[in-house]
Design a binder for this molecule. Structure first.
Ligand SMILES: Cc1cc2nc3c(=O)[nH]c(=O)nc-3n(C[C@H](O)[C@H](O)[C@H](O)COP(=O)(O)OP(=O)(O)OC[C@H]3O[C@@H](n4cnc5c(N)ncnc54)[C@H](O)[C@@H]3O)c2cc1C
Length: 434
């Protein structure tokens, strides 16, 4: 793997310079085997988790979207009170003002617990680092505290009906009008838009420029007039995605994130944060499944089956490797870098692991894992895993498909020639579109 490269934009540190925080906490000295106070921090964290979460090996609860969201918000509020939220973010912006090493401990310890933070994956994995790295001081002060505490939940709006893998070709327009921008166009596959308070959107601000050069990024209040969210129903019955229509939606000029027409650099950074979050982040998205599957194998009388045992050991090893990939990237981000192509490696590896987990789960459950209407995921392991089975393929698509990740690794890690582009340098408005 090459060393991470900085994108063209300026990149501030995720962790602020540390020595003195608002709360009087001081810098955390490194020792050979951790940091001062590590065992105290670990014990405090374990106490918190045992009071507020179930173990990963306990049966999952499926409580419906509204109850799930309420639980997410109250759990995140409790984390804030315990000074365990936004660990590496400064205290004056709602974080805990702690070190990257605390974050590593949190990621390691919490992997054994079922954190109800799924709805915050995009808020915290993508929007929070973007606001922190590219937001003005005013934007950070306005949005970070509520984002960290889960009082506001955020979504990401890149994909359009005509622009998925080729997101730089997107058509949504943003036109300046006095102190406002007017947004017109359609987004699709927007995860969680129907319950989100804010979103980050990319729109075309200058169609006369080549496609990568005329884009800008904006912060959007999802309840603004002119924004309509329409849910999409998936094969699993879930309603996680949405279409979002913008019809002359007006947003304040102050909601521009970064510079006008510099949106592509920011979009690449956000996609890399997304890939790291999917492939190597902490929390619900990256919970280790092997302990849960080992418990399931016992429950299904499969614990002595040598093929299942091999599969479980293989999964455990791959989850360990995934942990190390994540650790390496998180420490690079904490040192002030936006992840480069190593984000694609993490994402590709995470997608492969999701498919392997799915296949092993189905081998353990057998024919009971067939999906049918009326299954109750709160009481039925087969229902839970068949739902996982149906959604696992999505990991290979979200945040850029496996093929796109391989293109990035080919070009940026292996130095292979770039994909041919017969319209390179042409104004976006002259490129043929559907
Ligand atoms: C679970 C999930 C959550 C999502 N959440 C969001 C979200 O919150 N916000 C958002 O904006 N989007 C979201 N998406 C959309 C996602 O980013 C797009 O689906 C993805 O980028 C692929 O775009 P597409 O679906 O238009 O496929 P296309 O780009 O049309 O690709 C179709 C096929 O062609 C292949 N292909 C395309 N170009 C190339 C190439 N150059 N080389 C090789 N193969 C190629 C692809 O790999 C794919 O197999 C989500 C998707 C999923 C599955």
């Amino acid at each position: 793997m090459t060393s991470p490269r900085k994108p063209a934009g300026t990149v501030a540190s995720v962790t602020e310079p540390e020595p003195e925080t608002e709360t009087g906490a001081t810098a955390h000295a490194r020792t050979d085997d951790g940091f001062d106070g590590e065992s105290e921090f670990t014990a405090r964290l374990e106490n918190f988790l045992s009071d507020h979460c179930s173990r990963i090996t306990d049966p999952a609860e499926d409580e419906g979207e509204a109850d799930g969201l309420a639980r997410t918000r109250s759990f995140q509020g409790a984390l804030v009170e315990a000074r365990l939220a936004g660990l590496t973010y400064p205290t004056h912006l709602g974080g805990a003002g702690l070190s990257a090493q605390h974050q590593e401990v949190f990621t390691r310890v919490s992997a054994g617990w079922r954190l109800p933070t799924g709805p915050l994956a995009i808020s915290h994995g993508m929007c929070l680092p973007m606001l922190n790295q590219f937001g003005t001081d005013e934007q950070k002060a306005t949005y970070l505290p509520d984002n960290i505490s889960g009082r506001s939940i955020w979504c990401q709006m890149f994909s359009e009906p005509g622009a998925g893998s080729d997101v730089a070709g997107l058509s949504m327009r943003a036109t300046r009008d006095g102190d406002e921008w007017i947004l017109d166009g359609q987004k699709v596959w927007t995860s969680g838009a129907h319950y989100c308070d804010f979103g980050i959107v990319v729109a075309r601000t200058d169609p006369t420029l080549p496609k990568h050069q005329g884009l800008s990024m904006f912060i959007v209040d999802m309840r603004s007039p002119g924004i309509e969210v329409r849910p999409l129903v998936q094969i699993s019955g879930a309603r996680g995605f949405n279409e979002v229509f913008f019809s002359e939606a007006r947003i304040p000029a102050a909601n521009l994130l970064g510079e006008v027409n510099q949106g592509w650099n920011l979009a690449v950074s956000m996609l890399m944060f997304e890939r790291v979050s999917i492939g190597a982040g902490g929390g619900a998205l990256n919970a280790r499944r092997s302990p849960e599957l080992a418990a399931l194998a016992r429950e299904m009388g499969q614990a002595s089956n040598p093929v299942i045992r091999q599969g479980l050991a293989d999964l455990h090893i791959r989850e360990e490797i995934k942990g190390y990939i994540g650790q390496r990237i998180r420490s690079s981000v904490a040192a002030g870098r936006v992840p480069g192509p190593e984000g694609s490696i993490a994402k590709l590896n995470g997608a492969d692991l999701a498919r392997r987990t799915r296949d092993l789960a189905m081998s353990i459950i057998g024919t009971a894992g067939q999906a049918w209407d009326g299954m109750d995921p709160s009481s039925d392991a087969a229902a839970r895993w068949s739902s996982f089975c149906i959604s696992a393929a999505g990991v290979s698509i979200a945040g850029g498909t496996d093929e796109v990740q391989r293109n990035i690794i080919g070009e940026r890690v292996l130095g292979l020639p770039r994909e041919p582009d017969s319209f390179k340098g042409a104004p976006w408005q002259d490129i043929p579109r559907n």
